[in-house]
Design a protein around this ligand. Structure first.
Ligand SMILES: Cc1ncc(COP(=O)(O)O)c(C=O)c1O
Ligand SMILES: Nc1c(O)cccc1C(=O)C[C@H](N)C(=O)O
Length: 412
């Protein structure tokens, strides 16, 4: 965001506001995703926190009620087979697959992202089982859980963690690298990392690439298969709107599935779980990534939520996401008193996810006041205001209003 040296006068601000509001109206009128908003249960607030918890798709409560009342209440145990509960992890994985550029049969849904990071990192080290490959490179700016889990995985596999800024990853790779774990979009700054380029560099070094897609899935094209990603994980409660604590997913590329050796080989990943034999024999395909009994209520809420994606191309979502974040940055620049905020989010599209992070003095008070005034973002301590743009339900008028209210709060 270019730095302005002076604040606009009252009259100029009113004129700017009118013209940006007019632009917003025109952009909303031309928005081919505008109709998706009515699929969600939203109120008057501008909800810019879908990068933490996605909004509720309006049809989900009735679907969950059916799962509870009919499938559980009436069919009871029969639902595992007749209601296809048992195959939900793979079935829902296949529904997520096109959103992240994966062919069917490679994604399984279940557990938290943290647990899937563990499976993926240990799995990657075991797939690359060369004692000379002692290092697991971890995105130094990662969401903390990935770092904590990778450290434990390293201790358990006799490897060491090397924290690396994603910008320096290529030069840190070498013959001692076993695997690299990188966040596709940085949770704090909103920086999008170069998945195709970094994956290729990791492979060039003879290592495996593990990606955390929490902040990219459902917001932008990922291209897991096209870019040869080895393993990936992600949550479903942000841009996929699966609900609080909805299950995460694990992607193991088809070429690795036969050798993938899960560190959590629970009975539901067994080739014949109901044989209940003492010896473990891993199932084929994505099923190998399962652990225990699937959390059916959350899982089927997620499955219902994913219906909002029917007929929606992720490329269209990405185009709107960039237009929204561009417009927000423009409105912030026009309205906010000079010097009050600094954008941490890259200006160039190739490096931007679907959020804008603004560094701001007094950020806790500002976010509290913004939320009270109906603009909901979130705070990452100590001084970052985060605004997530979910193209399925955020519009341009919302975006203009958010920037205008932010400016009022900062001026007040
Ligand atoms: C990049 C990233 N990874 C992992 C997580 C946490 O995953 P979970 O709490 O589902 O284990 C989050 C957010 O909570 C995240 O932003
Ligand atoms: N998973 C969360 C939760 O259970 C409570 C509050 C927030 C979260 C989040 O998802 C945080 C989020 N990953 C972040 O980017 O900061």
């Amino acid at each position: 965001m270019p730095a302005r040296t002076s604040s606009p006068s009252c009259g100029r601000r009113a004129a700017m506001s009118e013209s940006l509001a007019q632009r917003a109206a025109a952009l909303d009128a031309a928005d081919e995703l505008a109709g998706a908003r009515k699929l969600f249960a939203l109120d008057e607030a501008v909800y810019l926190d879908g990068n933490s918890l996605g909004a509720l798709p309006a049809h989900v409560p009735d679907r969950v009620a059916d799962v509870v009342n009919r499938q559980w209440g009436q069919l009871r145990i029969r639902s595992w087979t007749e209601g296809d509960w048992w195959s939900a992890p793979e079935r829902i994985g296949d529904r997520i697959a096109p959103l992240v550029g994966a062919a069917p049969g490679q994604i399984v849904v279940g557990d938290s992202t943290s647990v899937n990071v563990f499976k993926a990192v240990v799995g990657a080290v075991r797939l690359n089982d060369d004692p000379a490959r002692t290092d697991i490179l971890v995105d130094a700016t990662t969401f903390p859980t990935d770092g904590y889990i990778a450290s434990s995985a390293a201790r358990m596999t006799g490897r060491r963690i090397v924290p690396v800024d994603p910008a320096d990853l290529t030069s840190a790779l070498g013959p001692t690298t076993a695997a690299a774990l990188v966040n596709h979009v940085d949770y704090r700054s909103g920086r999008l990392h170069d998945l195709p380029g970094l994956t290729a560099a990791v492979h060039e070094a003879g290592a495996l690439a593990v990606w955390d897609l929490c902040h990219s899935a459902g917001a932008l094209p990922v291209g897991l298969d096209a870019h040869g990603v080895d393993l990936a994980v992600g949550c479903t409660y942000k841009y996929l709107n699966g609900g609080p604590g909805s299950p995460a997913y694990l992607y193991v590329a088809e070429r690795h599935q036969a050798s993938f050796d899960s560190p959590l080989p629970g009975w539901t990943s067994h080739a014949d779980p109901f044989a209940m034999t003492p010896g473990y024999e891993a199932a084929d395909g994505s099923t190998r990534g399962r652990v225990g009994t699937p959390d059916i209520l959350s899982m089927l809420a997620l499955e219902a939520a994913l219906e909002v994606w029917d007929g929606i191309a992720i490329e269209t979502v990405r185009a709107k996401s960039l237009a929204l974040t561009d417009f927000f940055l423009e409105c912030v620049d026009a309205y906010v008193p000079a010097g009050r905020v600094t954008s941490l989010t890259p200006a160039e599209h190739a490096s931007r996810g679907s959020q804008v992070a603004l560094r701001c003095e007094d950020a806790p008070r500002v976010m509290e006041t913004l939320t009270a005034r109906g603009v909901v973002g979130d705070l990452r301590r100590p001084d970052v205001l985060r605004f997530g743009f979910t193209p399925l339900y955020v519009g341009f008028a919302d975006t203009e209003r958010a920037a205008r209210v932010l400016a009022e709060v900062l001026a007040g």
